[in-house]
Design a protein around this ligand. Structure first.
Ligand code: UD1
Ligand code: CA
Length: 449
């Protein structure tokens, strides 16, 4: 069955007290919107529509970054959730199949839950995701008997008896797209908020002779973010889930509570992650690699057999082949390191290619920036870069070449050559002793005066 996803992301989220649209606040180094889209992606939707409003430009850029095929619609005025879905409907023109409605600010819905809802569609025309709330607060209440849903009443419009109900609306629902369109067209705004409530489609469906049903999930899944405090709580919940999943997947975490994952972090089986490791977006770690304590990784790939850190920083574009060793206080950015490369200590490699089995000595720096432009450094295979070599890019060092320690390399080094670019050493016999004697005499004379 064809499937469409409608993600509502037009709201401002005024309680965030922020210039940034709510759905762009981050959990696990990714905007809330990406979490919702990713959950929906597990259903392999044929169409994805994102409804934008507040900060539409920024929100649509973020949506397209996640899914370049998504359709963006604009809800210029936020007149309610039914109105938001209505603005998405033109984008589903000619579409036949089911439509799921998700909220951009609700990041924890599990793919398994959406699959349960899709299955429940065999029994009901409209399926709503509900949960039992510990503190139902201002959630919409589900008026149901067993799996059958009669209607949903919003908190503002509910009677005391209805407010006592703890079965609540998560906001996620699914229905045949054409049915959804027909029902939404009938929604009015004669209610306490003067808004067009999506929730009204349940009573409308029942009145039209359709069946509506509720699928239940854990309250933790429906956690929506409205405040900074909830954002912080969501981050903690995300990390707890990510750590548990990593352990489950056969990753060793020496101190799980100190490791921070991003939404898209991939760590292979039998990898070992030490304490206080932070993953930014776009990191893949292959099976069996080891990331020692206090490393910061972002936009990089570490292949099997490699060991990184402690205290290393891999920045976007760091591509490490098998059996690479990166030691402490090493920063690597936009650089491709071949198999078996060793970069042990105190080094910056930026905009560089390093061939297989090359050794980079302590304190090496690729001087990649001339103040205006970035330039590349290319180092061949089996080369040996002496400690404290400055490689002034653009520059290349050939296969099997060697640079003397302390060299500043400004010209290409041919394969197999030894390059030395430093002042020649001169020894002056006895001069150290004579110099010290003179300095002590000057000091003594000053004290006497
Ligand atoms: C909604 C539900 C409520 C449910 C709760 C769960 C309705 C009428 N009420 O209430 O039953 O318990 O979610 O969190 O649906 N949005 C738009 N355009 C709009 C209005 C909202 O895009 O015009 C988006 C918001 O950005 C947000 C989502 O829809 O992502 C939910 O809107 P919100 O105003 O937070 O709804 P609630 O009042 O929380
Ligand atoms: Ca809300």
């Amino acid at each position: 069955m064809a499937l469409a996803l409608i993600v509502l992301a037009a709201g401002q989220g005024s309680r965030m007290n922020s210039d940034l649209p709510k759905v762009l606040h981050k959990v696990g180094a990714a905007p809330l919107l990406h979490h919702a889209m990713r959950a929906g992606q597990s259903l392999a939707p044929d169409r994805v529509v994102v409804v934008t409003g507040h900060g539409a430009d920024l929100v649509s850029t973020a949506a397209l970054a996640f899914d370049p095929d998504a359709t963006i619609t604009l809800q210029t005025e936020q007149k309610g959730t039914a109105h938001a879905v209505q603005t998405a409907l033109p984008a589903l023109d000619g579409f036949q199949g089911d439509a799921f409605v998700l909220y951009g600010d609700t990041p924890f819905i599990r793919p398994e839950t959406l699959e349960l809802m899709a299955a429940a569609r065999a029994r009901h025309a409209v399926v709503v995701l509900g949960f039992h709330a510990a503190d139902p607060g201002r959630y919409g209440r589900l008026i149901a008997s067993g799996e059958t849903l009669e209607r949903i009443v919003e908190f503002k419009d509910a009677t005391e008896a209805e407010r006592a109900i703890t079965l609540c609306n998560s906001g996620v629902l699914c229905a045949d797209a054409a049915t959804l369109a027909t029902l939404i067209a009938k929604v009015g705004n004669a209610n306490a908020s003067g808004e067009f409530y999506l929730t009204d489609i349940i009573a409308l469906a029942r009145a039209a002779g359709h069946s509506a049903g509720v699928v239940l999930c854990d309250e933790a899944e429906t956690l929506g973010i409205n405040t900074r405090a909830e954002l912080a709580a969501a981050e903690a919940a995300f990390q707890a889930r990510a750590r548990a999943e990593a352990l489950e997947n056969g990753v060793t975490l020496t101190a799980p509570d100190t490791v921070f994952f991003a939404l898209d972090t991939f760590v292979g089986r039998d990898a070992i992650i030490g304490p206080n490791v932070i993953f930014g977006p776009g990191v893949t770690i292959e099976s069996g690699a080891e990331i020692k304590g206090f490393c910061h990784l972002e936009g990089c790939h570490v292949s099997r057999g490699s060991d990184i850190g402690p205290f290393a920083r891999l920045r976007p574009g760091a591509e490490l082949a098998e059996d690479v060793h990166v030691g402490n206080f090493v920063e690597i950015k936009n650089a491709v390191l071949g198999e078996g490369v060793k970069v042990g200590h105190l080094t910056y490699l930026g905009d560089a290619d390093v061939g297989d089995f090359t050794n980079i000595g302590a304190g090496t720096v690729t001087c990649n920036y001339d103040g205006v432009m970035k330039h590349r450094t290319t180092i061949g295979k089996r080369a040996f870069i002496g400690s404290d070599t400055m490689l002034v890019a653009p520059v290349s060092v050939g296969d099997d070449a060697l640079t003397g320690s302390g060299s500043t390399i400004t010209e290409d080094v041919p394969a197999g050559a030894l390059a030395i670019g430093r002042a020649k050493q001169v020894n002056k016999p006895g001069l150290a002793l004579r110099l010290m004697e003179r300095l002590r005499a000057i000091k003594a004379a000053k004290k006497g005066s």
